[in-house]
Design a protein around this ligand. Structure first.
Ligand code: SAM
Length: 169
């Protein structure tokens, strides 16, 4: 089971990037995303609409406390941060765990997160984005298998084309 935990969501300020975190999680192999910070029903609705149309299983839920999410999860916790140890050196240890919870931040991540998790992992030691680090981590963690994820109960699906768009309803 792959869970993503996004901490510090600010409703009205970053709904687009939060939606992209959720859609990237879903597309590349995670089963659920939990977010903390401010509850954002519109953002949840837009993610659920994608799941409804394009399939699942995928869940989005809000939790007030990231501490509680980590405490309850029982999974190996991996915080993605530019300050962590290089992904390429850590990934084989992390893959040994059956369940993983991947923590991504927004503006500022409390130091307590760094001290609580099992691994602080950097996807390069350069600043970039939670969406990019999440995508690369999911790809590496699953050794590329995230690209072949199958979706169930979809109302719509694509037939890949060399050129053009073909959607089956
Ligand atoms: N200084 C922050 C940090 O700790 O990585 C950058 C904040 S960035 C706006 C928001 C989020 O993107 C971070 O909380 C982290 O999850 C992710 N992120 C940014 N650069 C990263 C990197 N090189 N490796 C892993 N995660 C990164």
């Amino acid at each position: 089971m792959i869970t993503v935990l996004r901490i510090g969501h600010r409703a009205g300020r970053d709904p687009r990037i939060a939606t992209h975190c959720a859609l990237t999680s879903r597309a590349l192999g995670a089963e659920r995303i939990v977010y903390t910070g401010e509850k954002d029903s519109d953002m949840e609705k837009s993610v659920r609409k994608i799941v409804d149309n394009w399939g699942g299983p995928f869940e989005i839920t809000y939790e007030k406390s990231w501490r509680k999410v980590l405490k309850d999860s029982g999974a190996k916790s991996v915080h993605l941060t530019m300050y962590g140890l290089p992904l390429q050196n850590e990934i084989s240890k992390i893959r040994k765990a059956r369940d993983v919870i991947i923590i991504i931040g927004g503006e500022k991540v409390p130091m307590e997160v760094y001290n609580t998790v099992d691994h602080n992992v950097a996807v390069t030691s350069q600043p970039h984005s939670e969406v990019a680090s999440l995508a690369v981590f999911l790809h590496e963690y699953q050794q590329g298998k995230g690209l072949d994820k199958k979706f169930k109960n979809a109302k719509m699906s694509l037939v890949p084309q060399k050129c053009g768009k073909k959607i089956i309803n």
